[in-house]
Design a protein around this ligand. Structure first.
Ligand SMILES: Nc1ncnc2c1ncn2[C@@H]1O[C@H](COP(=O)(O)OP(=O)(O)OP(=O)(O)O)[C@@H](O)[C@H]1O
Ligand SMILES: [Mg+2]
Length: 338
């Protein structure tokens, strides 16, 4: 388990001080895929660099399996970093070495015999689907393939934790999907805890179980991904979750009485004829401005934006009715939530 406790990080620069993290508290369970999401400059990379002590927190502590990393010596930290490895947006491969040697590198640093290192590296290249590229140089590979090599290298020392800082941000959507699938597969097969840093909600929805939303150095909200998607509370979460939907509505419609976002959790909830029941039993008319479905984890979620014409009382009645149905959440949304 990773426990980030009251972590603050202040950078002192010539221009003044930067509060990159402010009193951050996050617990990441073993075996989880945990997303850390936020806008550019929010503090995500600083936070993830505090998990392997590439940055020392100014205040607070980072505990991995009850060991406070802030109290360890540089030598002890080198050991920790074999257990907590990292991949990056820019892959960071050694361009003068072929794929096999890139993967062997951390093993040789750890004192593994050359022949054993080679054997292990070949196994890892096979795990990431690149057994036929052992002799190729990074420049001869696509971005997705380079990230696969970086993943194989990160796994070389049998880590317990894999930190991914914008690991798919330089890749096209299809390649992003394939790399996320590989990461999810590794999490499942090897039981490694994965921390995924991203600015894209789609990445979090695709593979993460839990998420923390970082806004201006603070945790704005955290919880299960499905819960945050269905009912975001903070402005930062709303901005991430609603961005697609609300911008579409504003373009296409606008001018409703009230705008309500309804989320169906799973197939059961989707069977309820919600709009018809709202009209029949409450006499309330709603128009569907937008509807979509998506998969979060292994469950299907439907979301709708309804326009409900009427006063506050009609709105309250509608929300009461809709949220009384099991597996459905609803909340009024505002154009400026976007
Ligand atoms: N070494 C440093 N010295 C001074 N300021 C820094 C340093 N590293 C980060 N910062 C500042 O801390 C804040 C958080 O930066 P960080 O890189 O953690 O953001 P981020 O969320 O990862 O952003 P991005 O999505 O653009 O990668 C920014 O204001 C940044 O300028
Ligand atoms: Mg960053």
């Amino acid at each position: 388990m990773i426990e980030i406790k009251n972590v603050s990080k202040v950078f002192k620069t010539k221009e003044g001080t930067v509060d990159a993290l402010r009193d951050v508290n996050i617990t990441i369970p073993d075996g989880d895929i945990f997303g850390i999401i936020g806008m550019s400059g929010a503090g995500k990379s600083t936070l993830v660099r505090c998990i392997n002590m590439l940055e020392k927190p100014t205040k607070g502590s980072v505990l991995i399996d009850d060991t406070d990393l802030c109290t360890l010596s540089e030598k002890q930290l080198r050991k920790v970093r074999k257990n907590v490895t990292m991949i990056f947006q820019s892959f960071n491969l050694l361009m003068q070495k072929n794929c096999l040697k890139n993967v062997c590198f951390p093993l040789e640093l750890a004192g593994v015999k050359r022949a054993d290192a080679k054997k292990r590296a070949l196994e890892l290249l096979e795990l990431v689907g690149l057994q036929d590229k052992a002799k190729a140089y990074p420049a001869q590979l696509s971005g997705g393939q380079q990230q696969r090599v970086a993943i194989a290298r990160a796994l070389a020392t049998d880590p317990k934790v894999l930190l991914c800082d914008e690991a798919t941000s330089a890749l096209d959507p299809n390649t992003t999907g394939a790399i996320l699938e590989l990461i999810a597969d590794i999490n499942k097969k090897l039981g490694i805890t994965v921390v995924v840093i991203t600015h894209q909600m789609s990445v979090v929805e695709r593979i993460c179980k839990h998420v923390a939303i970082i806004d201006d150095g603070c945790v704005a909200e955290q919880g299960e991904v499905a819960q945050v998607f269905a009912d975001p509370e903070s402005d930062a979460a709303k901005q991430l979750v609603y961005s697609d939907e609300l911008s579409k509505i504003i373009d296409q419609c606008g001018g409703f009485g009230h705008t309500v976002r309804v989320v169906f959790n799973g197939a059961e909830a989707a069977k309820t004829p919600l709009i018809a029941q709202l009209a029949e039993s409450k006499g309330i008319l709603a128009n569907i401005a937008y509807a979509s479905t998506k998969s979060i984890g292994d469950k299907a979620y439907g979301s709708m934006i309804l326009g409900i014409d009427g006063d506050e009382k009609v709105l309250a009645q509608s929300l009461d009715f809709i949220t009384s149905i099991k597996g459905i959440t609803a909340r009024e949304v505002f154009v400026n939530d976007k």
